[in-house]
Design a protein around this ligand. Sequence first.
Ligand SMILES: C[S@@+](CC[C@H](N)C(=O)[O-])C[C@H]1O[C@@H](n2cnc3c(N)ncnc32)[C@H](O)[C@@H]1O
Length: 275
Amino acid sequence: MLDRDYQFIRELVYSHSRIHLGPAKRELVSARLGRRLRATNLTSIGEYCRFLQCKKGEEEISHLIDAISTHHTSFFREPAHFDFLSKTAVPDMIARREGQSWPTFKVWCAACSTGEEPYSIAMTLMRALEPVRPAWPVHIEATDISHRVLQRARIGVYSKEALKDLPAPLVRRCFQKGFGPQNGNYRVKQFLQDAVTFRQMNLLEGSPPFSDRYHVIFCRNVMIYFDRPTRHELVRRLSSLLVPGGYLMVGHSESLTGIHQGLERVESATYRAPL
Ligand SMILES: C[S@@+](CC[C@H](N)C(=O)[O-])C[C@H]1O[C@@H](n2cnc3c(N)ncnc32)[C@H](O)[C@@H]1O
């Protein structure tokens, strides 16, 4: 890829998603653009860059961001967070619930990819909140920049391989086994799907479209793709959307050192808003 083409792609991706592509990512970007060249019937990256600059190419920008992004995820990834959710965050919120106007237990799963993460949160909360009387309904807002991953998340169908580390009773309780052409696949049961709303959203664009505050925010394994000023801005946004004493979970390789915005570190990759 020519220098000027890489520079153009880097700037375009940054301005639309804030994903920072350093010089070391050049080979990877070049390889990932191969798919888009085939999809658009273009023969070179130079031609592809020219296409992106014309009116007809505007729609291609979201496909470009999608192709550049890493969507890797899995059920109960970084499991310590799910333990923390059920053993610490939920009991803490239950204890503080009285006198608050908190009709639902609200979670925002920011950068949710293909849905494994918000469904893992839903499975954890259903169990942790089951004994709570009066019942406390759960609502999980799950967002991502990519329309393609959200479409898969909404369908909620996963391969047997994706479920291989889940205990069999959990799979029976939460998934519907597929038959015929769906043999080998499992669909998330309706009661879990009802707890999650998926919508497309760029984490850094405009003001967050939420009026409510969240008891817990998961924003994991996306900050690593942003530069420091962007991470700083994102943490500021996220912390302003937590209830007092609400929790922010970030990826275990994402440190908030120097950008924690008054959040207190309670354990690895887990932060808490002031009370
Ligand atoms: C590696 S996945 C992380 C999925 C999940 N949070 C996890 O930890 O398993 C990163 C996701 O961030 C999304 N993403 C990247 N930039 C974004 C942005 N500016 N706004 C919203 N989502 C973004 C990508 O589309 C991708 O699905």
